[in-house]
Ligand binder design. Sequence first.
Ligand code: AMP
Length: 619
Amino acid sequence: MGKIIGIDLGTTNSLVAIVESGIPLVLADGQGRRLTPSVVRVSAAGETVVGWEAKRGRVAHPETTVTSIKRFIGRRGDEVDSTAAASVYTIRSEGRGPVAVPLHGRDWSPEELSAEILKALRTIAAEGMIDRPEAAVITVPAYFNDAQRNATRNAGELAGLRVERIINEPTAAALAYGLGSLKEKSKVAVYDFGGGTFDLSILELNEGVFQVLATCGNTRLGGDDIDHVVIEHLAEQISQGGGPSAATEPAIWARVAEAAEEAKARLSTENEVAISLPFLASEFSFEYTLTREQLESLAKPIVVRTREYCLKALADAGLASGDLDQVILVGGQTRMPLVREFASEVFGCGDSGPKLNTSQNPDDAIAIGAAIQAGILSGDYSGMLLLDVTPLSLGIETFGGLMNVIIPRNTTIPVKRGEVFTTVADYQKEVLIHVLQGEREKATDNWSLGRFTLGFEPQPKGVAKVGVQFEIDADGILNVLARDIKTGNEKVVEMASAVEVDDAEVQQMIEESVEHAFDDIEERRWIEAKLRAEQTKAATRKGLQSFGGELADDQRGAIEAALAVVESLLAKLGRDEAVTAAEFKEANGTLDEATQPLAELMMDRVMAEMLKKRGVLPG
Ligand code: AMP
């Protein structure tokens, strides 16, 4: 049987790891290199060059060398900022269509380009192990939505790998760190600052099971952003020194970018570095010394942006930093001393606070975790299970335009939850299932993930029953099932594009839900009270028509009076006059009380009818 390999498909670098004889190992290429740059170049003949060679060739072929493609995978044209990759290749992004990268006359999808990276990793694995690599566990940032997860899965399959699992990067990292270093019951924060993404997850390890208590992050915040400010700083120095403009000359930009990234990495261990770019233009060479202090002042505004995600995740998990046992650092950017100091400060690490754990190689941890998960699936590694959580609530739109939550935010996945709904109109032939994601009370304030209709046998309102079930699989992909309970007719729709789930937007959604909490609840109360008024009005009119004659005069009079109040409130609404939720509530309550004898009478009649049908009572 072929082996399952673990892959960290990173924005900047990727790695492949396996479990061999129960031990997780990162595999190196023929030259002993464990990192493979996530860089792809397409030649004029349409051939691809991947990894180190492509990265080296970036200077000579800036426009056909694709970096940071992960920022575009599974994204729609209107969701991407084509300058976000800090690169010079062209991104074609139109409206709601998929993103494409035109290279030598052919449009490449981000999946295809990612598949090239995965193929290179598969080759490294094939050369470094005994069994053939056939399947893979691939990691993605915690905030990747369905579309991004699916696209990553497709990339794996295009690379000839069966994708067994897509798992969250911080969860994988925690698995790697979890080896032996944690107590039986611990809580840890995973601070993952990579090339293109930042994730903060709070995890709990309990009797061999990791549970993600909360996750928060930004898929557009990473070491690349620090590179960007350093590149801009260097470009400014170059033009001040009378040199060429890096911004308008791709080949120059690429050389400066390479120098900037190298200087940044070296400044993690050195106090200053000499940057030398000879013959940047025909008559211009650039020499410059960048100090750690300068780098830190350039990088600080980017690093401090991670604070809000740390605090939010803690709040979501209902924890204070003192409740944590450890803070784990993951991702190449956490090698920077400033980042370590900052993480330590945010979580109050030290004597009384959690321990800052940097014991694992931050570049390897995610791949090692993916290999451990692969090992668990293949049976080569035992003892741990993995659980992730939903970043936002999921539900459907119900009558009155309200959001009905089916799976709340921060629910552990995989999960399956369902509810039964009824219809609002008599003899409806179909119902609309409008799937929503978000934390707001009104459907329109949440994000629409998709909609579909289910046809069913027409029945009176309230009688037709529609079962709706949400299932999120271990990869975080949502399937929605709707079923006509009577006939069993059903439809299952995969919500292939939870597209609007963007980290910053998730953040905004949560903030808005807190900000509008009181107004939202007030609005929900109002809508529910109004709907109830409409429903009881109709039901009471019908009941009076059929059974009114059998009621005592005073009983009927009380119902008529209460009904008149409800009707007058609804009429006021019809004239666009304001009615409060409290007014509706009071009128509904009085009508409920008044209709008590009518309800009892109707119940008696219905029971008698049923028993008569069964032949218990004389006709
Ligand atoms: P990752 O996505 O985990 O591979 O992290 C890649 C990011 O880490 C890139 O932005 C690198 O420039 C950065 N990085 C790698 N090594 C270092 C280092 N020694 N010091 C600072 N940043 C680094």
